[in-house]
Design a protein around this ligand. Sequence first.
Ligand code: 5GP
Ligand code: ZN
Length: 157
Amino acid sequence: MHDPNCVFCKIIAGAIPCAKVFESENVLAFLDIEPIEKGHVLVIPKRHWPCIMDVPVAAAEDIECAEEVMYLVRVVAKALCRDFATGVNVLQANGPCAGQTVPHLHFHVVPRIGCDPVQPVWRSGHGQYASDAERAGYATRIAAAVATIIKEEDLIG
Ligand code: 5GP
Ligand code: ZN
């Protein structure tokens, strides 16, 4: 449940201080120490799941925790917009190749204001398909994997 070497587990345990925004039995929201913008919030589960693929769905309390994380992302986004932002980016990295630096699941909720100078973190169009057939092949492969996992986990569908 907790990893003694994990910086976010240390924050949850109170061993490292943070600027807290919300806390419940399952979740914690706090300000990022290197904000993209002032008011950049991190939302985390109080369970040491390294990334989104590691979220277990067999036990009701894990599903409840994951649902609470998503709910809190929504509430923080609403709160930022009610306060000063005109929009938000919700960013989430899984694995070092995707830019994840802290291996404890977290959602960045970044307030955006009109013409702020923050650059987009992704580049649309980088992965253009060579043909309609190649696009259809990707859709078919991914759809098959999604269907298999949904069947294995038997939660929706
Ligand atoms: P990632 O790159 O894994 O998506 O995001 C990790 C985030 O955690 C970074 O934005 C980084 O600034 C933040 N972070 C790392 N260590 C600490 C810390 O000790 N306290 C806080 N508040 N944020 C941290
Ligand atoms: Zn952790």
